[in-house]
Design a protein around this ligand. Structure first.
Ligand SMILES: NC(=O)c1ccc[n+]([C@@H]2O[C@H](COP(=O)([O-])OP(=O)(O)OC[C@H]3O[C@@H](n4cnc5c(N)ncnc54)[C@H](OP(=O)(O)O)[C@@H]3O)[C@@H](O)[C@H]2O)c1
Length: 240
């Protein structure tokens, strides 16, 4: 039985990833800051799922959580993140702008970098680390969120080199619009949804299960020579 750690596993894409790995008979640990969604996900998913609540961008909280995390980790999925600008007022001062940028870097970059570094000694030979970028990193419009996701893609190139000696792969998934998660914090309008769907070649929004299936593939025996890559899951939206 493989041991899988999914940060941000209580909701949205992370929850679908946890479900997919649990369905395959793996042991799955889901993490996030809020206990309620984690407990609900752990109860709803069939299989061996454990929930541990802590902030993946906070070094002290990670260190405190380490004894509860698996001694050996076959797959680490750094799903935790999101656009921290959504629902927050426009920064009016440089200090507010700095705080807003730091929030996106903490949420999207440090959560992955700190978790990967903390669990590095526990990653097993032949394992996989999968982190999250976004289509936003490849388009104008999303400011510090886009910059943070671009940083993940650049960091992953070094990570792939560091982990490769242990036959551990490091890849990034860059989703396009994925419907049915907490990402948009209730602010998605019908008009915006139609625009995003209109940008796809497939004529639909992505689902958390679309992304989960890609994660499961990247962690599978068939993907052992795929590393240092950004895999786009966007229905063709990037090129339209
Ligand atoms: N949905 C989309 O259209 C889309 C598109 C491109 C990329 N993405 C990326 O896909 C990933 C998953 O997003 P989603 O759509 O599934 O949204 P979501 O439902 O909001 O999931 C994000 C999860 O991350 C957790 N999280 C955030 N900050 C954290 C932290 N500091 N420590 C621990 N957990 C943290 C959240 O739980 P807590 O709040 O309880 O901590 C939540 O469960 C994100 O990295 C996002 O940027 C999403």
């Amino acid at each position: 039985m493989r041991q899988i750690v999914v940060t941000g596993g209580g909701t949205g894409i992370g929850r679908a990833i946890a479900s997919a790995f649990a369905r395959e008979g793996n042991g799955v640990v889901i993490t996030g800051r809020r206990t309620d969604p984690l407990a609900a996900a752990a109860a709803a998913i069939d299989g061996d799922v454990t929930a541990i609540a802590f902030d993946a961008a906070d070094p002290a909280q990670i260190e405190q959580a380490l004894p509860q995390l698996p001694a050996n980790v076959d797959v680490l999925v750094n799903t935790a993140g999101g656009n921290t600008d959504i629902g927050t007022p426009e920064p009016a001062t440089l200090a507010e702008l700095a705080a807003a940028w730091r929030a996106n870097v903490d949420s999207n970059v440090l959560s992955a970098v700190l978790m990967t570094t903390a669990l590095r000694p526990r990653l097993t030979q032949g394992g996989a680390v999968i982190s999250f970028s976004s289509i936003a990193a490849h388009r104008a419009g999303a400011g510090s969120y886009a910059a943070a996701k671009a940083a993940i893609e650049a960091w992953n190139l070094s990570l792939a080199g560091e982990l490769g000696t242990d036959q551990i792969t490091a890849n990034v998934i860059a989703p396009g619009f994925i419907d049915g998660t907490e990402f948009f914090r209730g602010r998605m309008t019908d008009e915006r949804r139609e625009t995003l769907i209109g940008q796809t070649a497939t004529g639909r929004g992505g689902t958390p299960d679309d992304v989960a299936a890609t994660v499961v593939f990247l962690a599978s025996p068939g993907a052992r020579h795929i590393t240092g890559q950004v895999v786009h899951v966007n229905g063709g939206a990037l090129s339209r």
